[in-house]
Design a protein around this ligand. Structure first.
Ligand code: ADP
Ligand code: ZN
Ligand code: ZN
Length: 731
């Protein structure tokens, strides 16, 4: 009998050792290896875990250990490098290894489902299908197209789905004209003669050559390229030589950046299989994508943050697009930053990693100043187009109708009459952030949070954007009974409602989380915009991400004032990124663009800086300021958060932590316990403790000591606490 250490999907920060009976080793026919799944007894249950270490030196006495029940895999499901990445992540974020593992394994693998022996679906014509003729498809051009494509021979499912819909495939299956056959997954066939790309500008060519030269080495790059500078073209041409060598490429994108347009740009350029990975996949689709990546049959995977944990056969390059985007950081549970772990992964895989953005995070800029990242810049638009002109509109000196200055309304009208499109950006969905009673001042407060509920007029509900609570919109004030209820503030639904009568002859498209909830609706909206007819586009943050709207020449940023005076030290950076990204949507084709930014504080120094010098200059100044005020990235920050039913519990628990930390590491600066900006959420009181350290290593040592002590406190059972290392969101 030998001892193995197993990672189990449980929220406990400890290791679990088991005995590996000799017969089991013989039965699986090979030596059990790290990364193989095993079934083990755990309390009264059985759990699926992953072998993490063979013969751990510090194992407990063997007579206290239980034997494992079964070995599931002959070959490890997690590669050695992946195991190293996960170990690193568990240590760095001080998160239980078993839960880190959960993030890295598709559900079907976690459930212990045996890995289908690397099989892919291939479609081919049946005998009936071979005898069919064009006239059989008179009613459906889509079915005809699919049938015609399959006449060239069997096709991979993933290749088919690039050009055909699953329903069309299913229709032909039902008619027995085609059939699905399983074939072993195989590494994709290297492709040297991919469709040539655009002729690169001198700047682009230089950037591509730097990235290509780094092949086979660990080298992080920060690609700072203004909006429309042709970063995507750079990615495509940097990938191309790798595809000739059969290497794989991972492209990480922010959540809403993964549109069919993005996918199409990669899929249309290369003849190799391109797969996407995102939260909308079913468990089976996930496992399928996982296997394509692991077997090497996928050449390119484009995915949201958790794609970082996919297994690859031969990873040659990682690209993190919009590296500044907060959605690359997971905000609950295992709070990792996909950008930071991508750099670690590239180091483990010995390959280059490109972090691209028009508005790089201060963290990455800092890394480039320190020489850890090599800085690559694209400072002009690839099409030669000027950057849009930014103008501040002082709301205090204007008549304002529906939240829009008269001057803005006129410019919108003028632009539409000239045959162009106008984009209005307002980062608040719903009709109004609150409903209020005009008689007694009652507000639509959430009963469970310290926040008001947003009025959603179209769905006739009040919804709390913090805890998700919903209730019907009251007809009367619940306090005084008055019917004089009024919206307070403006959201995208309201802006839409008000703009329509102002510009009755122009269609309006709204893009926000509510209007795009239905599957396919975002695509539909983007298609409507692409028709090119003059129209109004109203939307939230969603507009800022990567979309290419060639006919938008005017962008109106309706309201940013709330963010100008925030207490969060990251607020100016995030606002500057948002303004620059939204502005970047204007004038991307032949026509010059203008951005109007409405504000009551046109003298604000940050706005002035962005206006006159652009993000680049703002960011460098902001970085200096962070150094002077001793904030990240100059110091390392970790944040403890508590949530408790009793207000005092969290404060007490954090106070105990403070006292312990003062003894253990007096050099670490502590701020707290302080109340969280949102003091109460979903009925729980929220407190925070910020820990700042000059030396990252010291901070990590302290965190580890604090956690192992705190886990033993009886008080810990009365609350929920979490630790956020390198937090992005301080709420
Ligand atoms: P970014 O990702 O930096 O915002 P894109 O890659 O979307 O920029 O490019 C912006 C526009 O410029 C696209 O329409 C693209 O086709 C075009 N473009 C990119 N590179 C070139 C080039 N070398 N020559 C001509 N047009 C280009
Ligand atoms: Zn009232
Ligand atoms: Zn709430």
């Amino acid at each position: 009998m030998s001892v193995i250490r197993v990672a189990l999907p449980v929220p406990l920060r400890q290791s679990f050792d088991y005995l590996l009976p000799e017969p089991l080793q013989v039965r699986v026919g090979c030596r059990v290896r790290v990364g193989c799944r095993v079934r083990v007894p755990f309390g009264s249950r059985e759990l699926i875990g992953v072998v993490w270490q063979l013969e751990p030196a510090d194992a407990f006495a063997t007579d206290a250990l239980k034997p494992i029940v079964d070995v599931i895999d002959q070959e490890p499901v997690l590669s050695e490098r992946l195991c190293q990445l996960l170990s690193f992540a568990a240590d760095y974020y001080h998160h239980p290894l078993g839960e880190v593992l959960v993030a890295a394994m598709p559900a079907l693998l976690r459930e212990g489902k045996p890995l289908p022996a690397y099989r892919a679906l291939v479609y081919q014509l049946t005998e009936l299908g071979q005898q069919a003729s064009e006239s059989d498809f008179k009613r459906s051009a889509r079915q005809l197209a699919l049938w015609q494509q399959l006449q060239h021979g069997p096709q991979n499912e993933s290749a088919l789905l690039k050009h055909h819909q699953r329903t069309t495939i299913n229709q032909l299956l039902q008619k027995a004209l085609i059939q699905a056959v399983e074939q072993p997954f195989q590494p994709y066939t290297p492709q040297s003669d991919s469709t040539a790309g655009l002729k690169l500008t001198t700047d682009q060519a230089l950037v591509v050559s730097r990235i290509v030269q780094a092949a086979g080495q660990f080298q992080p790059f920060l690609l700072e390229g203004i909006t429309g500078s042709g970063k995507t073209e750079v990615y495509l041409q940097s990938i191309s030589p790798l595809l000739a060598q059969g290497q794989q490429v991972l492209v990480l994108v922010p959540e809403i950046g993964l549109t069919p347009q993005t996918l199409a740009r990669f899929a249309n350029r290369f003849a190799v299989p391109v797969l996407s990975w995102h939260s909308g996949l079913t468990d089976t689709e996930r496992l399928n994508c996982w296997q394509h990546a692991a077997s090497g049959s996928a050449a390119i995977v484009i995915g949201t943050r958790s794609a970082l944990f996919l297994r690859f056969r031969k990873l040659g390059l990682i690209i993190v697009d919009e590296e500044h985007d907060p959605s690359l950081k997971q905000q609950d549970g295992f709070r990792y930053h996909a950008r930071d772990l991508a750099v670690k992964r590239a180091a483990l895989e010995t390959c280059p990693v490109v972090l691209g953005s028009a508005t790089p995070s201060l963290e990455s800029l800092h890394n480039s100043v320190q020489g850890r990242f090599q800085l690559l810049t694209l400072s002009s638009r690839a099409t030669g187009q000027q950057l849009p002109k930014l103008e501040l509109i002082n709301l205090q000196q204007q008549t304002v109708r529906y939240g829009l200055a008269e001057q803005c309304i006129q410019r919108i009208r003028h632009t539409l009459e000239q045959g162009f499109q106008v984009m209005l950006f307002l980062n608040r969905r719903g009709y109004a952030p609150a409903l209020s009673c005009q008689e007694c001042g009652w507000l639509s407060d959430c009963h469970r949070c310290d926040a008001s509920m947003t009025w959603h007029k179209q769905s006739r509900q009040l919804i709390c954007h913090h805890c998700g609570a919903m209730r019907p919109v009251p007809k009367q004030c619940s306090h005084c009974g008055s019917t004089r209820l009024q919206p307070l503030g403006q959201g995208t639904e309201q802006l839409e409602e008000q703009l329509q009568p102002l510009f009755p002859n122009y269609p309006l498209v709204r893009l926000d989380r509510d209007s795009t909830r239905r599957k396919g609706s975002l695509d539909q909206a983007l298609q409507q915009i692409a028709t090119g007819e003059p129209q109004l586009i109203v939307g939230t943050q969603m507009l800022a991400k990567g979309h290419h709207f060639p006919l938008v020449t005017l962008v109106v940023i309706v309201d940013v004032d709330g963010a100008l005076y925030s207490s969060d030290f990251r607020a100016p950076e995030q606002l500057a990124q948002l303004i620059t990204q939204v502005s970047g949507r204007a004038g991307r084709a032949q026509h010059a663009g203008t951005v109007l930014l409405q504000t009551r504080y046109p003298e604000h120094s940050m706005l002035q800086d962005i206006l006159h010098n652009g993000y680049d200059s703002f960011a460098r100044l902001a970085l200096e300021e962070r150094q002077q005020t001793q904030l990240p990235p100059y110091l390392s920050l970790a944040l403890f958060r508590t949530e408790s039913l009793q207000d005092e519990t969290g404060q007490q628990w954090l106070q105990q932590l403070v006292e312990l930390a003062r003894q253990l590491a007096p050099e670490i600066q502590l701020l707290g316990p302080i109340r969280a900006p949102l003091e109460r959420k979903a009925g729980k009181y929220r407190w925070q403790l910020h820990c700042y350290a000059k030396q990252r290593r010291q901070l990590h040592q302290l965190l580890q000591q604090l956690i192992s002590e705190a886990e033993r406190w009886p008080l810990s059972r009365k609350l929920r606490w979490q630790l956020d290392v390198d937090p992005i969101d301080l709420a």
